[in-house]
Design a protein around this ligand. Sequence first.
Ligand code: GLA
Length: 738
Amino acid sequence: MTEIRMIKGEGHMAIIYDDRKKTFTLNTESTTYQMQVDRYGFLLHLYYGKLAEGCMDYVLTYYDRGFSGNPYEAGKDRTYSLDALPQEFPCRGNGDFRAAALTVRNADGTYCCDMRYRSHVIVKGKYDLPGLPAVYGTEQEAQTLEITMEDSASGLQAVLLYGVLPELDIITRSVRIVNAGEKKVYIENIQSACLDLLSGNYDVISFYGRHAMERNFQRIPVPHGSFRIGSRRGTSSHQYSPFMILADKNATEDAGSCYAMNFVYSGGFSGEAEKDQFNQTRMMMGLQDELFSYPAAPGETFQAPEVILSYTDKGLNRLSQHMHRCIRTHVCRGKYRDAVRPVLVNSWEAAYFDFTGETIRKLAEDAKECGIDMVVMDDGWFGSRDGDFSGLGDWHVNEEKLGGTLRDLIRQINDMGIKFGIWIEPEMVNEDSDLYRAHPDWVLSVPGRKPVRARYQLVLDFSRKEVVDALFEQICKILDQGNIEYVKWDMNRSLSDVYSAGTEEQGRVLYDYVLGVYDFLERLTARYPDLLIEGCSGGGGRFDAGMMYYTPQIWCSDNTDAVDRVKIQYGSSFGYPVSAVGAHVSASPNHQTGRRTPMYTRTVTAMAGTFGYELNLGALSGEEKKEIRQQTDLYRKYAPLIQNGTYYRLSNPYEDEIGAWAFVSEDRRKVLLNAVTLDVHGNMTVNYIKPKGLKEDAVYEDMSSGQRYCGAALMEAGIPLPAAACEYEAYQIYLEEV
Ligand code: GLA
């Protein structure tokens, strides 16, 4: 045996290498992952599932399979084929004809690659990825395994990275390509994680959507052929989330085996589930291969982003909780990882572009009356920005519009006891802007072609350092003008016309663009460590674990309709924590759907996120303002439970008449139950809300009514919700153990 280290006092060995069997075993508190270097040096995947011991190479079978070729060294043995064996990192061009995790174009124009085991190291702590977001973990919390594979003909190496975080039941994967050869190669496709499952019948769960209707749940059987989601937009996208689940076909919310892959990356991605000719399932996640061709000259390395993996046999809800805990405590960083976020009111749906300094001051005054902590001045405060056709790129304050300096405005607002936040969109430019007139070559645009416009804007070439530097300087000048405590970082179009004047290698631009965004954000968080940054891309167009490393909350959707939001937030909850979900109470009728909902319904829904407001408070009656005051007080009381509690989905809003969810404190003594009626009928049947995660033998008291319940009975029988007195009635029940 080489190095074996214990992690946590009496816990299991986190990473074990067995030199005799040539197996690597990765243990978390309740899962085991195992792989083996076989007699030819291939790295085969043996197992990922419930905690287990011993060598599991008995799962491998060898048969003579027609049209499944054999490696040369197998000689006359026709039973050994990579086309059938489970692999850790399958490469294109060595006899596995399924989807590949690595496709390389060699200097001779061929696409062959044959990676064999060379060496490995096991170290304490979690690896980090230079320039990229990644899960972090101390030496007490995590271990890292690095396995170096090599293609001897070209000298290309793939260093497979595994991070093991036992307490979180999380394993992370990533890969670094090192060109240790003598010729330049191109990486045409690289998937950060591959999971080959030999048996089982799986469904694939993914989340599709569109602007203002993100993360709809879809569950379908993995077909023969393949099921693939992804984004070619340069961002993770509204259309598909970079998150996917493989679930046993019998798995439910509360029981059954399921696996998740969550990509820690904010650009184009691919997620795939393939059922092969032998009914084996391969799941992969990584960079989008279209529009990607990354050069690696001799001596150069390429670092792929990270995938967070988790497994449980306790159903989808538990799997989600693994993701929540990991992202909340080991991806999100900074002061606001743990601190309760301010309740804010945003000017966008209150005034859109049509405001002055007075409008913002008035909003702050009303915010004060309503118990709101912060006012956010959204789009429209800079350059010639009175609509969406001009001004982006000119990050200087429109003092004429504000009727004074930004510094003064902030001071006046702070003097009222209200914090101040501001909107920016650093990656974009309007053609009608001084920046574009001065630097037309700073945009992504193909010489000799007219670019695609979206929202009248073009994309700045963040793959170029000088562009990132110039924008960083402009934005810092704004942030230095006063006590700005929050920034909403927006990004309002997809990337097309991918041509950078800064490189001859256009196949690297989309990836380098994302690195440029991360570089900007890293510098921003370092310079302003107490600044709360909320991500946004037309709502949830870049709602991913990569952004969450820099922005602990992300505006979840431009759709603020409470009823639609129940579904959007339900979908989001599978992969992402509530603490990351930007959610606001907006006006009724709703600006996106025209639907009328009670204020209380909008409030309960927005409390399943980073609670705030997005409406003209001045247009509300005194009664309504009083209601908001009570609700903000209530939110503050529940905020630690909402932000850090365990989240349970209690209904399926696609099938049930109610959307229902709960927050349960870690000690299971406090419970906040929430329900929103989604459908009304005559002579309604009664809906029961059934909590989960309580102590069976404890007694819980409804802190409003004084009614007492036995934990076990409460989870079994539930509480009948009173008949709805209006459309879309909402309920919140707060229980404490007595
Ligand atoms: C995007 C955001 C909105 C708002 C507008 C401003 O659509 O998602 O919340 O900030 O931009 O232009």
